[in-house]
Ligand binder design. Sequence first.
Ligand code: URA
Length: 256
Amino acid sequence: MESAEYHSALAALAWQIELGADECIADAPVDRYAVPASVPKTAKPAAKAEAAPAPGPQSAVDPVAIAQSAATAAQDLEGLRAALAAFDHCELKRGARNLVFSDGVPGARVMIVGEAPGRDEDMQGKPFVGRAGQLLDKMLAAINLSRDESVYITNVLPWRPPQNRDPKPEEVAMMQPFLYRHIELANPDVLVVVGNHSCQALLGKRGITRLRGDWTEARGKPALPMFHPAYLLRNPAAKREAWADLLSLQARLRDG
Ligand code: URA
C-alpha cells in the first residue's frame, strides 16, 4: 500500500473507532459454514462413474441425542459445565469467545433463565452483565434478592449468537437437554423465565405480553414468565407490569 493510502486508511479507521465502532461487521451476514454451491475449478472433478459416498457415521450424528446423553451423564453443576464445554455440535460455539454457563448462587431458591449471551456476557463468560443485566440486578434488589446471595442465573443458549441474532429453533433444541438438566441439578424452588425465547424453550409457547405475570409450571417447578430486562430498557412503560411481577415473586417466596 502506498504511504498516503496507508495514512488515509488509518485515519478512517481511527475516525470509525471514535464514532464507537468496535466490531468489523459486513453489510450482509457471512455464513462461513455454508457448503460452496460449486466445486472450485482447480479441484479435481469427481469421476462420473464414482458413486456418491454412502452416508458414513458423520451423517448419522444426532446432536440432540448426543446433548441428551452428555447432559444426563452430568452428576453435578460442574460436571454439566464440563459437558457443555466439551460439546462440539453447536456452531455458535465456534464464533463465541467464552462459554456462558451461569452466575449467582447454585442451589438458590430462585433460578432465572434468560435467552442468550450478548457481547458483554460473551467477553466475561457470565450471564446478564451488560446493560440488561444491570437492570436485572436493580429489579432483584428492589425485592431484596441478589445474585450474590439469593439468585442463580443461566440462559437457554450458552454461546452468543452472531450479532445477537435470535436463537434458531435447532440451536434451542440442541441446548434444551443441557438446560433441563441444569434446572434439575440447580433444583430451585421457582423459575423466572425472562423473554420470549426462554418461554418458548421452557413453556413451549411465546407471547410474553400475554404470558407474563401468570404463574405456570416448567420442568416440574412453579415458573413465572416476565418481560426481558432488555425489553424494559426499550419500553420503560412496561416496568409497571414488571414491578407487579416482582411483587408476585416476592409473595411466592414468602408464602412458599
Ligand atoms: N440477555 C439474555 O437473555 N441473557 C444474557 O445473559 C444477557 C442478555
